[in-house]
Design a protein around this ligand. Structure first.
Ligand code: ZN
Length: 159
């Protein structure tokens, strides 16, 4: 059986920046990551690069921002009144705003006299990411999983 759309795949992965070898995320000390292929659960390049892989196969690939978290957009940096924040804010702190009922995380990037510049870009936007991936298991997704667009049971939703 191969990784294809509507299969449930478990992978171990190690994500790092190719130039510095700095690791930004790794499943190696956790449970493998489980996802339903073809339902937008993963960044697009990650799925595309594991398609057609077999059980136990290892693949290494590098994703430019277009196939990962997209590019940074300056329009996603917004000034907010400093009075909206606690007194002891610092650059690099992260907060969460709620926009139309959706949680929107952001990072403080500049503190001015009356305003704070808040960066709503994804922290990984604009970055090129390299992954070492190993396919741990592959199974056919159930009809209910396909209609919900996510995995049920181990590594997924329990409902
Ligand atoms: Zn469900």
């Amino acid at each position: 059986m191969l990784v294809e759309n509507n299969t449930v795949v478990a992978v171990h992965y190690h994500g790092y920046f190719l130039d510095t070898k700095e690791v930004f995320d790794s499943s190696l000390e956790r449970e493998p990551l489980t996802f339903l292929v073809g339902h937008g659960q993963m960044i697009p390049g990650f799925e595309a690069e594991v398609l057609g892989a077999e059980m136990g196969e290892k693949r290494t690939f590098t994703l430019e921002p277009e196939r990962a978290y997209g590019h940074r957009e300056e329009e996603r940096v917004m000034a907010m009144p400093i009075g909206d924040f606690p007194e002891e804010i610092e650059i690099g702190m992260t907060f969460q705003a709620e926009v139309q009922g959706q949680p929107m995380p952001f990072e403080i990037i500049t503190i001015n006299e009356e305003t704070v510049d808040c960066d709503f870009n994804h922290p990984m936007a604009g970055k090129t990411l390299t992954f070492d991936v190993e396919i741990v298991s592959i199974r056919v997704a159930g009809e209910e999983e396909i209609s919900h667009g996510h995995v049920h049971g181990d590594g997924g939703h329990h409902h």
